[in-house]
Design a protein around this ligand. Structure first.
Ligand code: BDP
Length: 692
């Protein structure tokens, strides 16, 4: 008995009954009042969840009666819903659940629960987990995988189930309805019967929250697992193998979502190994899942060492295939043409594929934006991408509208985010990285939401009343708004531009350290024999004549992949926005910027500004102390200190490194370097365990 009590205690601690350690995310326990729920829907698991959430979180009129109604309604799209007087109306059960979460969010954040129709922008709103069968997470900074582990990999414990439920609930609360539960660099293991049993267990835990399971698959699985001589997509035996594997999966998981494929990319096998196209590969898999209503997400993240400009390859490979894909294939395109850098222009594939479904892929995990150490709210970056005008179908054909079905008649619409979730108590490593998970879900639901609103909601849900049981008092609310909400929200909204300033300003990209897993600066890194397109000098092209990648018509001509008037605007350094200047241009160090400064000075000012901004964040956070519980306050404070050191490193390293080429003095107004280049490089090259 005592042993059982002990186990229960352990379980409850790990299952989320802790106080304010971040485990409850934006779903902290509410002081709910009684509510009566009337539902016309049969009491399915999803409807039961909707009721339970209402009962646990209702903060409207005590004793109110709330109706959940399933009803035909042509205006409701996908799993959208209507807020009606005293209730929610939807055409799907998931719609009812989302409606409930919307009502509760409004109550908790002080917004009116007014009537209205709320449809999601995208049909499928998915997290991609880069989790490996051994429990490691590629580019994960929040501990091991919540799905897989090395020892006892296939034993599902009660703790596993609880965590998967909590995870699915968090997703549902922001409208995320799917998860790819293994790495795009996929192991064939995932398709073995043992692993599929666990996939089923995960799907069972997700189902009551309306979250579907998807798998990333290795293209050569038929040869590796099925003993076939080839994995050629046009070989009938290969197609038959995939059909039978698909059948096996659907038997276990009837609502399985489909496959995600990284093929012929970064060493992953793919149709090109057999002289076939991406369309051949994707269509063969699409045919296998079609009878079950499944979908294939085929990634456009492709590039090869022979390319003169890596930024051009995805467009070159995929545009000729436009219209050749089955209608249940959707091409998954990273926001920028290179690779999740702190700032990239949007990928020119958006809007250019007119007869093929296309979905944006964002990176929630902060591979290039400070891991789980730096505080960077990514919503503004995603908003910038979604609101970029591609001009592909006239003015106003933004990335958002070119992917959500507004511009092109896509059979499927979707958005994916590479998850930052791991086994850490607070799920995401950094307490503020939770905001990126939250923001991704909110933007996938509504791709025209503003980051300021998202930050506002998240802060209220995550921190309000953390130190004050008397938080209902009007005085507390007023103080909280002025002293906590306003400055901390501003810090979040400024944080991405700050990270760009101290790491890769003015269009610089891919100059991060290779030895420290992409954390910190490494513009010098270019070991002999290394593929050029994996080294920073390939991207910054610094020499005595200047800096930047010439992608204009006199250079790689990547600008021509954009539609006019954008192509000409980007092509001319006088009209190219400063943000993208060195992305598209190689310019002399004394090039005159719009500000009147030389390019060299402007670089110096940006790096310096980034450092000053992080120091400002430290002050903002220090002042926020009275409003934050001790645990979360201390951890964030500590991380901001590390971030401030990181910013100084970036500034010193990059300015001293580039100075070797510019031969110009640093602007007098900026803070002088704290170290010298040799020492910085020696420290970066120090042998470490984690490799690129
Ligand atoms: C790169 C990551 C690598 C991923 C790759 C991808 O460094 O770990 O496998 O993206 O998206 O940014 O496939």
């Amino acid at each position: 008995m005592r042993k059982l009590l002990f186990i229960l205690l352990l379980l409850s601690t790990s299952a989320g009954l802790r106080a304010e350690d971040g485990h409850q995310l934006w779903l902290r326990k509410q002081q709910a009042v009684p509510v009566k729920v009337v539902s016309s829907a049969t009491n399915s698991p999803v409807v039961a969840m909707a009721k339970q959430e209402l009962q646990q979180g209702w903060r409207g009129k005590a004793g109110a009666s709330v109706s959940l109604t399933l009803k035909k309604d042509k205006a409701i799209k996908y799993d959208g819903f209507r807020l009606i007087p005293n209730g929610v109306q939807a055409t799907t059960e998931a719609g009812l659940l989302y409606g409930v979460f919307e009502m509760l969010r409004r109550q908790q954040t002080g917004q009116a629960v007014s009537e209205g129709l709320l449809n999601p922008s995208y049909e499928h709103r998915l997290l991609n987990h880069w989790d490996n069968p051994d429990g490691s997470v590629e580019r994960g900074y929040a501990g091991q995988s919540i799905f897989w582990r090395k020892d006892n990999a296939l034993v599902t414990t009660a703790e596993d189930k609880t965590r998967w439920q909590q995870y699915a609930r968090a997703n549902a609360s922001v409208g995320i309805n799917g998860a790819v539960i293994n790495n795009v660099n996929a192991s064939q293991l995932i398709l073995t019967p043992e692993y599929l049993v666990r996939v089923k267990a995960i799907a069972d835990a997700f189902r009551p929250y309306g979250v579907k399971v998807y798998l990333a698959v290795k293209f050569t699985s038929p040869a590796l697992l099925g003993g076939l001589k080839t994995s050629d997509p046009l070989d009938p035996a290969v197609a038959a193998w995939w059909q039978s594997k698909t059948k096996e999966i659907y038997k276990l998981v009837p609502d399985f979502g489909g496959f995600l494929v990284k093929a012929s990319s970064e060493g992953q096998p793919g149709p090109q190994d057999y002289g076939r196209t991406h369309a051949d590969g994707a269509n063969m898999l699409a045919d296998a899942v079609k009878p079950y209503g499944g979908m294939v997400m085929w990634r456009a993240f492709v590039y090869s060492p022979n390319d003169k400009d890596r930024a051009k390859q995805a467009y070159n490979e995929f545009v000729p295939l436009d219209g050749k894909f089955r209608d249940n294939v959707i091409i998954q395109v990273k926001n920028g043409p290179v690779d999740f850098q702190p700032r990239e222009p949007f990928s020119p594939l958006f809007g250019a594929l007119k007869k093929t479904s296309v979905m944006p892929e964002f990176q929630i995990t902060q591979e290039y934006l400070g891991h789980a150490i730096d505080l960077v709210f990514l919503s503004t970056m995603w908003e910038e991408c979604l609101q970029s005008d591609t001009y592909q179908a006239g003015t106003g054909s933004t990335v958002a509208r070119c992917t959500d079905g507004s511009v092109y008649p896509q059979k499927h619409t979707a958005m994916a985010g590479v998850s930052n979730v791991g086994l850490d108590t607070n799920w995401t490593g950094h307490d503020f990285a939770q905001a990126n998970w939250y923001a991704f879900g909110r933007l996938a639901w509504n791709n025209s939401l503003k980051s300021a609103q998202i930050a506002d909601e998240w802060l209220k849900l995550t921190f309000y009343g953390a130190t004050a049981p008397q938080s209902a008092a009007p005085k507390y609310a007023a103080d909280w708004n002025t002293n906590f909400l306003a400055p901390v929200k501003q810090m979040m909204l400024d944080s991405r531009e700050t990270a760009v300033n101290y790491s890769m300003p003015l269009g610089l990209h891919h100059i991060m350290s290779a030895t420290r897993g992409h954390y910190g600066p490494g513009p010098w890194w270019a070991p002999p024999k290394m593929r050029a397109d994996w080294t920073p000098p390939y991207y910054h092209q610094a020499d005595s004549t200047g800096v930047g990648f010439n992608r204009t018509r006199t250079g790689s001509n990547a600008v021509s992949q954009y539609h006019e008037p954008l192509a000409s605007q980007l092509n001319d350094p006088q009209t190219c926005p400063d943000e993208y200047l060195l992305w598209f241009h190689h310019l002399p160090w004394d090039f005159r910027m719009k500000s009147g400064h030389t390019l060299w000075e402007e670089l110096g000012y940006h790096y310096d500004k980034g450092v000053q901004q992080v120091r400002q964040f430290q002050k903002v956070w220090d002042k926020a102390q009275p409003y934050v519980d001790a645990e979360r306050f201390a951890v964030v404070q500590y991380k901001l200190r590390s971030q401030s050191g990181n910013a100084v490193q970036w500034k010193d390293a990059c300015l001293l490194y580039f100075q070797q080429f510019s031969h110009m003095p640093l602007p007098a107004a900026i803070e002088p370097p704290a170290s010298n280049l040799d020492a910085i490089i020696a420290n970066d090259m120090r042998p470490r365990r984690q490799e690129n």
